[in-house]
Design a protein around this ligand. Structure first.
Ligand code: ARG
Length: 528
């Protein structure tokens, strides 16, 4: 704020006028650039604040210029769209617009690294434009503030990150479906509490993650819809007297519309927390998948490809699942970022506060990390070998077919609880190596003791033996969404359809951004 004694060193005229609240303008203003003369100062500093409010000893602390590299491209696009709109509305004449747009091309070609210091990329680019064009360059900042500008830049950049994360989820789903379709009949142990619980199949297991990741895609697509709205034209928070066309800048920048209320537009960041939490949720899904695959490779159920493994610098025999461990680890960063962003925003008063400067950079970074972790998980899944023999042997371990035997007795007319009691009585006496015939005998003994009659008074011996076989056990559980091969084939087909639909949605989003970028480029070229 400007009442900081270390920065508010004089009360002389401000570089670009006063804000709506009359405070010295640390934010830029909505004035026309005609009442002030931003290019005329010989004092050192940026065109915006000239010698004043340079930050003094807190200069570095105030500046986001380095972190703003992430929104350099975004800011150039936002500047271009704004200038085109100002010209179309007759707020800036075409010749001046042409000069500013040419200067922006030059600034773009020089790159972010060529910007001279300043509080942020917005100020630095404006300074660079004024250096090239002269005082008229300052007309670029007519009818806007850095507040709506930065909010627009964040959304412009974030939508790319979200689209990239969406694309990564599609890749992962494709890999999960591909491998699942090869293992519809491959039995494996299913666990609860990390103990063998019931046999299932590799396809059923992989589809369980495909379902979760599909919801991650949906959450990100949903977030995208709220990210992709333009705050531009809101100015500092209180609108502008200039006849701006907010819908036009939104269109030029590929946004689906505006955030209408100008105070909401420039100060809210819920779109950011929504994207951050969707990313954190995706990373949490990935961490579970990674953990499972680490355990499975430990048990010899899968062999990870060398491409997704690492070794030890001292123990030459080691093949470690490092990529999956890092995938699991990214969730820590993503959850931290989501929590950090919410914490930063909690309790912020309306409208703009400088805390906001610290809200977005970490989200961009984590979005890239989560997308990469998602692609790595997809690669690890696609290239791992599932050891069918080991999996089949393990599928029946720990009397995991017990529930199926109880189901059989219940289907034959016993109350399920009584059936459960019979099988529970048999459980401690059943060993992993027992043949189905031996195990059936053991259950029969239990039935005689619990029911006072033979098991085979209720069900056939062959039926019991089948229920004790892991593959038969799986095949019997054919309820919707269950592991029986037919149920899984239905689920695979439905998942493939949903994946195709989401891919089409993502492609449509991408091409509408490309079309907007092209049309903005054409508009800009028309001023040359
Ligand atoms: N760098 C600032 C940010 O990221 C831009 C907005 C500055 N606005 C202000 N009123 N100081 O938030």
């Amino acid at each position: 704020m400007t009442d900081d004694p270390s920065t508010a060193t004089d009360d002389a005229t401000h570089a670009t006028g006063a804000d709506a609240d009359g405070s010295p303008d640390a934010e830029g203003s909505a004035d026309s650039g005609g009442s002030a003369d931003p290019g005329s100062s010989a004092e050192a500093g940026t065109a915006v604040r000239r010698g004043r409010f340079s930050g003094g000893p807190a200069r570095e602390f105030l500046s986001s210029l380095d972190a703003d590299a992430a929104i350099f491209e975004a800011d150039l696009a936002v500047d271009r769209a704004h200038v085109v709109m100002l010209a179309e509305q007759g707020i800036v004449d075409d010749a001046t617009a042409g000069e500013i747009l040419a200067a922006l091309d030059d600034v773009a070609a020089a790159g972010h690294g060529a910007l001279s210091g300043g509080e942020d990329v917005h100020e630095a680019i404006e300074t660079a434009v004024i250096e090239r064009v002269g005082p008229d360059g300052g007309r670029m900042h007519t009818a806007r503030s850095r507040n709506d500008e930065v909010a627009t830049c964040i959304r412009y950049r974030l939508r790319e990150d979200v689209l990239e994360a969406i694309a990564a989820t599609l890749t992962l789903r494709e890999a999960l479906l591909e491998v699942a379709s090869e293992h519809v009949e491959t039995t494996m142990p299913g666990y609860t509490h990390l103990q063998p619980a019931q046999p299932t199949t590799v396809a059923h297991y992989l589809l369980s993650y495909e379902g979760t990741v599909a919801r991650d895609t949906a959450r990100l697509l949903d977030a995208y819809g709220r990210v992709n709205r333009s705050p531009l034209g809101a100015a500092a928070f209180a609108g502008t007297p200039f006849d701006v066309d907010r819908d036009r800048t939104a269109e030029l920048l590929g946004f689906d519309g505006t955030v209408r209320n100008s105070m909401d537009a420039s100060s809210s960041r819920d779109f950011l927390t929504e994207a951050a939490t969707a990313l954190a949720t995706l990373s949490t899904t990935l961490s579970g998948l990674a953990e499972d695959l680490i355990l499975f490779s430990n048990k010899g159920f899968i062999d990870l490809s060398d491409d997704y493994s690492s070794t030890s610098s001292i123990m030459p025999q080691k093949k470690n699942p490092d990529t999956l461990e890092l995938t699991r680890g990214v969730a820590g960063d993503a959850i931290g970022e989501a929590t950090g962003t919410l914490s930063l925003l909690k309790g912020l008063p309306r409208a703009y506060n400088r805390d906001l400067q610290r809200a977005h950079a970490g989200v961009f970074e984590v979005a890239g990390d989560v997308a990469e972790a998602t692609r790595v998980a997809a690669g690890a899944v696609a290239t791992a070998d599932w050891n069918e023999g080991t999996l089949a042997d393990a599928a029946g371990e720990g009397f995991s077919t017990a529930t199926g035997v109880a189901d059989l007795l219940a289907a034959a007319g016993l109350p399920f609880r009584t059936a459960h009691e019979v099988v529970a009585e048999a459980a401690p006496a059943i060993d992993d190596g027992d043949s189905p015939a031996t195990a059936a005998e053991t259950v029969d003994e239990a039935a005689r003791s619990v029911l006072g009659e033979s098991l085979f008074a209720y069900v056939g011996r062959d039926e019991v033996e089948r229920a004790l076989d892991p593959a038969e056990s799986v095949a019997s559980r054919d309820s919707a969404g269950g592991p029986a091969p037919d149920a899984v084939r239905d689920a695979l087909a439905a998942a493939a359809d949903a994946l195709e639909e989401d891919s089409a949605t993502r492609d449509a989003r991408r091409s509408s951004l490309a079309a907007a970028a092209e049309s903005l480029e054409a508009e800009v070229a028309s001023y040359a």
